[in-house]
Design a protein around this ligand. Structure first.
Ligand code: PLP
Length: 468
């Protein structure tokens, strides 16, 4: 048992024995760290784990409390994936395009969508800031704010890194058209066609599509549903296949929802440095945490510059504005050049609007509301799935983001389920979308980023019936 697991088990025993009562506040992280003689990071990991088990919950800016009624939650997927350790060309695009195309209609219940409800974002307010910034922008900014992007926005982004204790200069940041462009630039900067890239198993299908488009091979690495990529398996793959990069999500992985403990992130970065392996960190969900503290990126341990950290505002503030960024360590120069040739720049009025919005300080308040909504939706979706899906279904319990990874009973075919669900105007993201080898046949990813209203519950009931 790891230290945080032992601590969590100890607290769980106190809750179950009634020593800690429903509604009671747990000691602050600092106090627990001092009294238990463990690091604050260990206490955080233990509290996250207890939260994932439904035994405690966090209240913003107040701390952690014993859950009023510790609920019987569905079991979570437990086993780490077991990919075959072969490097293979990627061919997922046709399937992924078919599945995505079929879901692009408001008449379809978006359980398979990758986007949260657009109504969760302060779009009216942003629109006003955008109109104002565009009207009053310095005409010369259209010339001198090309790549690497608006200095005001890069300053605001650098300030957010500082919240995690990561010192990034605005000069180290390249603004991009969403995280997707950032991730593609990273791949192009460190790989050439025919090279191999280590990816998680399962991983975000757009990662697989990007590899396919660039003619890269994927080596899928075993990944734990709670703690992310298996470092021993990754090291073995690095030694055997000499990949030119590793694409990884350390926080609220899509689709698993896994979050790497801080010590594991540190070890991951050390592994990357040891093997001189560029680590492309896709961190688009890091702001959507449900606990008391934002999880740090692995970038925060990157003394040697092997981490290319990619992020965006698409999931947290401004979907559709298409603004992301990359801070690429030792690859910064190549990335800036790649960006220039790929798209010259990112929309300047939009960058200025985001910079003004961030300067006004409303972002934190918006994020607090967004996180609370997403956490409540996670619980509502989980309850509905537990009620309507077949016995034996397992559901992940992520501590951030808005995806649930659902393991259906063995023999249940998620591609067939998707076809039947689509006939009833319900989209799903079947497991094989997330694998270069077609694995995860009895898994689906469910998007809990939309309100769990009557239409959603009816859709979950239908999917449960179809699965049965
Ligand atoms: C894991 C992951 N990475 C990257 C992206 C793309 O982000 P953006 O919309 O900023 O390009 C998404 C969007 O769905 C995502 O889920």
């Amino acid at each position: 048992m790891k230290r945080y697991e032992a601590l969590a088990a100890d607290i769980a025993a106190s809750i179950r024995s009634g020593l800690l009562k429903p509604g009671e506040r747990l000691p602050s992280v600092r106090r627990a760290s001092a009294s238990r003689h463990v690091s604050p990071a260990t206490v955080f990991e233990a509290y996250y784990l207890l939260e994932a088990q439904g035994l405690i919950h966090s209240r913003p800016r107040s701390g952690y409390y014993v859950a009023a009624q510790p609920r019987a939650l569905p079991l979570q997927p437990e086993a780490a994936s077991t990919p075959d350790s072969e490097a293979r060309p990627v061919e997922v695009s046709e399937m992924v395009f078919d599945i995505l195309r079929s879901a692009m209609s408001r008449d379809v219940v978006p359980l398979g969508s990758a986007f949260p409800s657009p109504l969760l974002f302060p779009l009216e307010r942003l629109g006003r800031v955008l109109a104002n910034s565009a009207t009053h922008m310095d005409p010369w900014s259209t010339v001198d704010e090309l790549t690497p992007g608006s200095l005001d926005l890069r300053r605001q982004i650098a300030l957010r890194y500082l919240l995690d204790g990561v010192r990034v200069s605005p000069d180290d940041i390249v603004v991009t058209n969403g995280a997707m462009e950032a991730l593609n630039l990273c791949l192009s900067a460190v790989c050439k066609p025919g090279d191999t890239v280590a990816v998680e198993s399962p991983c975000f299908y757009v990662c697989l599509q990007a590899l396919e488009q660039l003619g890269l091979r994927a080596i899928e690495v075993a990944t734990d549903p709670r703690e992310g990529i298996d470092l021993d398996a990754l090291e073995a793959a690095v030694v055997r296949h000499k990949p030119k990069a590793c694409w990884v999500m350390t926080n609220f992985q899509n689709p698993l929802g896994s979050a790497m403990p801080a010590d594991k992130k540190r070890a991951l970065v050390a592994l990357a440095a040891r093997h001189q392996l560029p680590l492309i960190e896709d961190d688009v969900y890091n702001e959507l945490y449900f606990g008391a503290r934002r999880p740090v990126p692995s970038k925060s341990f990157d003394d040697d510059g092997w981490v290319l950290h990619c992020n965006s505002f698409s999931k947290t503030l401004a979907p559709g504005y298409r603004v992301g960024w990359v801070t690429a360590g030792r690859f910064g120069h190549q990335i800036a050049r790649q960006k220039l040739t790929a798209s010259l720049a990112t929309s300047i009025p939009v960058q200025l609007a985001l910079a003004r919005y961030l300067e006004r300080g409303s972002y934190e308040r918006h994020l607090r509301g967004l996180r609370a909504t997403l956490e409540a939706q996670r619980d509502a979706y989980t309850t509905a799935i537990a009620e309507h899906f077949p016995t034996g279904t397992r559901v992940s319990r992520p501590c951030g983001g808005y995806f649930l990874w659902v393991e259906l009973p063995p023999g249940c075919d998620s591609l067939a389920l998707w076809r039947h669900a689509m006939a009833a105007d319900i989209s799903l993201a079947p497991g094989p979308m997330f694998s270069a080898s077609g694995a995860f046949r009895n898994f689906v990813r469910i998007n809990a980023g939309h309100p769990c209203d009557a239409r959603t519950i009816a859709a979950l009931r239908t999917v449960g019936r179809l699965a049965r």
